[in-house]
Design a protein around this ligand. Structure first.
Ligand SMILES: NC(=O)c1ccc[n+]([C@@H]2O[C@H](COP(=O)([O-])OP(=O)(O)OC[C@H]3O[C@@H](n4cnc5c(N)ncnc54)[C@H](O)[C@@H]3O)[C@@H](O)[C@H]2O)c1
Ligand SMILES: [Zn+2]
Ligand SMILES: [Zn+2]
Length: 343
């Protein structure tokens, strides 16, 4: 086996450098060597690239949406085999703090997310513990599988919102987050209502079978909600846009016993009238990353394959990573998901 591999470092804001580094080695019997094939680029990666992510200290290897192939296994590995196509869980946690003890390692007090506080996936190979790897149907391309991680976010949001069959779910924002959350909610049997302003995204949501898709610039979404739900309000509101004021009066269009999940990282304050939360017995549930959602997403990947493929608009080889990030950051409405491949 070769002695070195190529790894991509962010060395300064918007500056990538390809470095020749030692091949990672299996050092204990539970570790696995994986050859990376595809890494998705998402909004948080762009924050790191701009130098605006608080957890990133450069130089660092970015990337957290990773799919690859198992090349070698330690002697005690049983979850995966050489040749398996795998995706990698992107969080490291202490296992001891309050959140970890309660099954929420995604908000561990010492959380380290791959590509931010921990080395990321933009390297030809990596070694990790077998517990982080999930094998998937190899008929699915590596590019498609790299979107397993964003779909785990959707699955987590769905759980946090307790979405069940027949619920009316309103999603603001049809970027990769809102689109996958809607796609997942539809698969749970929900009626999905969504709002965005980008025609291409609106068209895609309709093509995915979302029940009502509005252009938020053209219609009053709150009024439409009341018409659709006979004045009862939606059962779930998800903010995957993060624009100011979206959640300001959300409680007023929420049904009694409804749930609000503020998925977007919007740090602007929004007024909450707690009495209204009591009166409706409403809940506001945060949702961050995912806890234990890789198995369910990997199992569902084939069913979401066509919708995932439709979201991937640009694929670049690793040598062109700078272009991949520029494209992802362009805000061009024609740009959906961008994926970087390794051969
Ligand atoms: N909680 C988590 O674990 C988690 C995970 C992934 C992403 N996120 C966050 O989710 C948010 C969305 O991520 P993304 O990658 O889809 O971003 P994105 O910027 O691609 O998409 C946001 C969408 O919202 C639309 N939008 C803006 N204002 C709107 C409004 N007033 N009404 C309706 N739509 C509006 C935009 O047109 C855009 O299509 C980001 O804040 C991101 O950081 C959170
Ligand atoms: Zn991501
Ligand atoms: Zn912990």
């Amino acid at each position: 086996m070769q002695k070195t591999m190529r790894a991509i470092y962010l060395t300064a804001p918007k500056q990538f450098e390809v470095r020749e580094v030692p091949m990672p080695e299996i050092k204990n019997e539970k570790e696995v060597l994986v050859k990376v094939h595809a890494v998705g680029v998402c909004g948080s990666d762009l924050a790191a690239w701009r130098g605006e992510h608080p957890d990133v200290t450069m130089p660092s290897i970015p990337g957290h949406e990773v799919a690859g192939e198992v090349i070698a296994c330690g002697s005690a590995v049983s979850r995966v085999r050489v040749g398996d196509h795998v995706v990698r869980e992107n969080i490291d946690y202490c296992g001891k703090c309050y959140a970890c003890r309660h099954g929420r390692p995604n908000v561990c007090k010492d959380l380290k997310v791959m590509g931010f506080a921990a080395p990321g996936g933009h390297a030809e190979y990596f070694v990790c513990d077998e517990s982080k790897l999930f094998a998937y149907d190899p008929d699915i391309s590596y590019e498609t599988a790299s979107m397993a991680e964003p779909y785990t976010i959707a699955a987590e949001v769905s759980d946090r919102a307790e979405i069940t069959d027949g619920d009316y779910v309103l999603i603001y924002g049809l970027g990769p987050a809102g689109m996958s959350i809607g796609d997942w909610a539809k698969a749970q049997g929900a009626h999905v209502i969504a709002s965005d302003m980008v025609p291409k995204r609106i068209e895609m949501a309709k093509a995915f079978g979302f029940d009502y898709v509005f252009n938020g610039k053209e219609v009053n979404v709150a009024e439409e909600i009341m018409k659709i739900t006979d004045g009862e309000g939606v059962n779930v509101i998800i903010d995957a846009a993060g624009a100011p004021a979206i959640l300001d009066n959300a409680i007023d269009i929420l049904s009694p016993f409804g749930r609000i999940v503020p998925v977007a990282f919007n740090f602007k304050p929004s007024p909450v009238v707690y009495a209204k939360i009591n009166l409706k017995e409403a809940r506001i549930s945060g949702s961050r990353l995912q806890a234990g959602k890789f198995p369910v997403v990997v199992e569902a990947l084939k069913r979401h394959e066509e919708h995932i493929k439709a979201q991937i608009t640009h694929v670049y080889p690793m040598e062109r990573i700078a272009e991949a990030y520029e494209t992802a950051a362009s805000r061009d409405p024609e740009v959906g998901k961008v994926v970087v491949t390794y051969c």
